[in-house]
Ligand binder design. Sequence first.
Ligand code: AMP
Length: 113
Amino acid sequence: MDCLFCKIIKGEIPAKVIYEDEKVLVFEDINPQAPVHTLVIPKKHISTLLEITGEDNELLGYLFQVANSIARDKGIADKGFRLVINCNREAGQTVFHVHLHLLGGRTMSWPPG
Ligand code: AMP
């Protein structure tokens, strides 16, 4: 499968990995939009949010737990952080493997651009 994030999971493309277990991989975004910009991805290939099924309930909950833990480790949990999932092109999705953007370390504006 020609998926950039699957290649990162397999180690075929390098990334700054900061956490890994059997279900999840966490690595630094190559083009950070904030002082903290980390990607939390399931190892299971799911193209977009729309492909999530009941089978993935536990996995998705776990992704949020991992994101919380990384936010704490990076010292942004109490100050505040943002989790973003872009779905399809108009939302800005460019990599079609579901991922949580963990953003923090600066004040965020709202509405998002
Ligand atoms: P999205 O636009 O929501 O699909 O997010 C894709 C994210 O992946 C963007 O923030 C990119 O900067 C990031 N990205 C693309 N290629 C790489 C890579 N090789 N390593 C780390 N992050 C990447």
